[in-house]
Design a protein around this ligand. Structure first.
Ligand code: ADP
Ligand code: ZN
Ligand code: ZN
Length: 659
């Protein structure tokens, strides 16, 4: 038997099958490795091993506490390992829930199949409108074969409603639907909508915040075909699904679909590949498609279906305007028009949201006498001032210290916070609107998931007058009483060197703006900016995503960026920057880049030092995906062969973060 094991090497291991036992591809097995036992997965049987039979170690146990992993799942794993350049063993084992990776048997309780299966029992919450009806009909007609569909629906247009109706079709056929969402544990309302719509259907929830046992149970329900709906974050795309008939990727543009460690897969891209394998439709739903998906649509690879209007009776898209910061002076970071708008909402008993994508009190603590700024000793980054608990924190490595009493270089005791974050805005608003109930939502206020979920539920019920929040608030929440949104500090993204920053800004702003006025009261959005005539804002004001996407594509085409070329990064981390750079320079000369593959010079990362590691990267590009893949395969084989002295390295295929 050839067995995949979780070792950081691109190799498989051969074992003998004990007399009188049988095993097949996809069986989980316990095997000896060195002095320990490990869980592995049989990937080939009756092999010709290079090791003589009498010297092969024997499999200790063939595990039957979970269903055998099916051939299409193994094929998916082979694709992941080869496309993302990771060892097959690591890929296979990491795709299993933690309990199934362990050599300990599953508890008896988990072994018993639930016996329940899903019943088709759809309770439709609404009558579909004409646009929704058309979209559902068009997609349902494609069940049973592969099709990639871009469901482009403006915020509040009923994308979720469409998913529910499509799933009803899948369940009626006795099959399974996989629904991927960026962050499920924060949106129990989504889960509730599914449970309400399908009261007798078994729904397997999958996300990393689940307890091991719940996660295993969900995985088993999926793998046995008992769960009609599998609803989860990116890892759910790796579950075995014997009756898979539909994949939905909700908020397909969201960067959290990309795994940032180990096998660095994009769950959205894997979903499309998986739909091809399974011969089923994949629906990529969003109000702001990723440029990759938009380009695929423009190239005719994806079909685009549109929901152009908000679905709730009387609901309209919000009115978005900019406030020119060159003409209006600010009061503690807030324009007079913003303060006035919040005041009006307060008087009417409606909610306002102040969006600022920076947590903490101020991003810098500085000495005006000598120019010193508080910095992290382990990262090339500033420490963020957290006034609420009197600490300075590094947002890159988590290091923290007490607030300095005096400047360490000149002794000046008058240190000043510069710039502002959510805490400072909260403080300003509390001073301006003394009677208002102000709720701050960011990763600090939401240290515990349960607290955040509770706060969000309170806000939905209309408790709280002014919300101050980061991106955490942008996604998927529906606050009926929210009618006004102010956006502070959006400009940094306009001048960023990252070519994706415009795409991200457009998407987060339309998400945030989309929180306002989801009922009959039309929402209003004010964006404070020094660049009011920037084309991004012009398109956003007119809700004209197409214009924005086309202009972005033109820029990317001209500059030679994805989606017009394919990209990978080789990253290295070491105690000294010189070591990381030397490693990358050596790597460059290990394998000759073929015609059409462009390997750039290694460069230090923008945040060069993080958590004590000096970091650098090498970017590789090609107009041909196969050419880049061939080169990467050769490079990665050589890198695994060559012991990397003091350097940690990894390859990132289709990278999206470069800091
Ligand atoms: P999205 O996923 O695009 O944000 P939702 O499916 O959440 O949209 O729908 C937005 C709002 O409109 C929800 O409150 C939903 O209940 C409502 N809604 C959706 N479809 C309809 C419909 N056909 N008739 C009435 N209300 C609808
Ligand atoms: Zn000083
Ligand atoms: Zn740090």
């Amino acid at each position: 038997m050839r067995v995949a094991l979780d070792v950081p090497l691109p190799r498989l291991f051969d074992y003998a099958l004990p007399e009188g036992t049988t095993a097949a591809r996809g069986d989980r097995v316990t095997v000896p490795l060195g002095s320990r036992r490990q869980t592995g997965v049989v990937v080939e049987t009756e092999i010709e091993s290079e090791v003589a039979l009498d010297r092969l170690k024997a499999i200790v146990e063939i595990r039957n506490d979970a269903p055998r992993l099916p051939p299409d799942w193994l094929e998916l794993m082979r694709f992941l390992a080869s496309y993302y350049q990771r060892p097959l063993g690591e890929t296979v084992i990491a795709a299993l829930p933690p309990r199934l990776r362990s050599v300990k048997p599953l508890p008896k309780k988990a072994l018993v199949p639930s016996g329940e299966t899903s019943a088709a029992d759809f309770v439709s919450p609404h009558l579909l409108n004409a646009e929704q009806e058309h979209v559902v009909g068009a997609i349902a007609a494609k069940l049973g074969r592969f099709a990639a569909l871009l469901l482009h629906g403006v915020t509040g247009s009923g994308n979720t409603e469409v998913y529910l109706h499509l799933i009803a079709h899948v369940l009626a056929r006795g099959e399974q639907a996989l629904v991927l969402v960026p962050e499920i544990s924060l949106t129990p309302q989504l889960e509730a909508r599914f449970r309400e719509a399908f009261p007798r259907t078994r729904i397997a929830l999958m996300h990393s915040a689940l307890e091991d046992i719940a996660r295993t149970g969900a995985w088993l329900g999926a793998a046995r075909g008992e769960a009609g709906i599998v609803l989860g974050t990116r890892l759910a795309v790796l579950a075995p699904l014997p009756k898979l008939a539909l994949i939905v990727v909700d908020e397909e543009h969201d960067s959290s679909f990309k795994q940032q460690e180990g096998v660095r897969y994009s769950a959205r891209d894997v979903a499309v590949y998986r739909a091809k394998l399974a011969g089923c439709p994949v629906v990529l739903g969003t109000a702001t498609p990723s440029l990759e998906s938009w380009y695929n649509y423009r190239q005719g690879r994806y079909e685009r279906l549109e929901l152009s209007r908000r679905a709730a009776p009387g609901a309209e898209l919000p009115l978005i305007r900019t406030i020119d910061l060159r003409e209006h002076s600010l009061d503690e970071g807030l324009a007079p028009a913003v303060l006035a708008a919040i005041g009006e909402r307060l008087a009417r008993g409606e909610q306002s949201l102040v969006f600022i994508n920076r947590r903490g009190y101020a991003p810098v603590l500085t000495c005006e006498a000598c120019g010193w700024c508080a910095g992290c000793t382990r990262c090339s980054a500033r420490l963020v001032l957290h006034a609420a608990d009197g600490r300075l924190r590094c947002h890159h490595c988590g290091a923290e210290e007490a607030i300095a009493r005096a400047c360490p270089t000149c002794g000046n005791v008058d240190l000043k916070p510069m710039g502002r974050g959510t805490q400072r805005v909260e403080e300003t608003l509390a001073a301006r609107f003394p009677g208002a109930r102000i709720v701050r939502i960011d990763r600090d206020s939401a240290r515990r998931r349960a607290d955040l979920v509770r706060t969000l539920a309170e806000l939905r019920r209309g408790e709280g007058d002014i919300l101050v929040g980061t991106q955490l608030l942008a996604k998927g929440h529906d606050f009926p009483k929210l009618t006004f949104v102010a956006v502070l500090n959006a400009d940094a993204a306009l001048v960023s060197t990252d070519y994706r920053s415009g795409e991200r800004l457009y998407s987060v702003l339309s998400q945030v703006a989309g929180r306002a006025g989801r009922r009959s009261e039309r929402g209003e959005v004010l964006i404070q900016t020094r660049y009011p005539s920037h084309p991004l804002f012009q398109a956003l004001l007119e809700h004209d995503f197409t214009r924005f996407a086309e202009s972005q594509l033109d820029e990317r085409r001209a500059a030679g960026f994805p989606p017009f070329i394919f990209e990978a990064a080789l990253r290295a981390e070491a105690a000294e920057l010189a070591q990381a750079m030397a490693f990358l320079n050596d790597a460059r000369s290990l394998v000759q880049a073929p015609e059409g593959v462009n390997v750039f010079d290694p460069v230090p990362n923008i945040i060069t030092r993080r958590a004590g590691w000096e970091r650098a990267q090498l970017i590789m590009q090609s107009g041909s995906r196969p050419a880049l893949q061939t080169y990467l395969a050769g490079l990665s084989a050589r890198l695994f062969e060559t012991p990397a002295r003091a350097v940690r390295w990894h390859l990132d295929v289709d990278p999206i973060e470069f800091d």
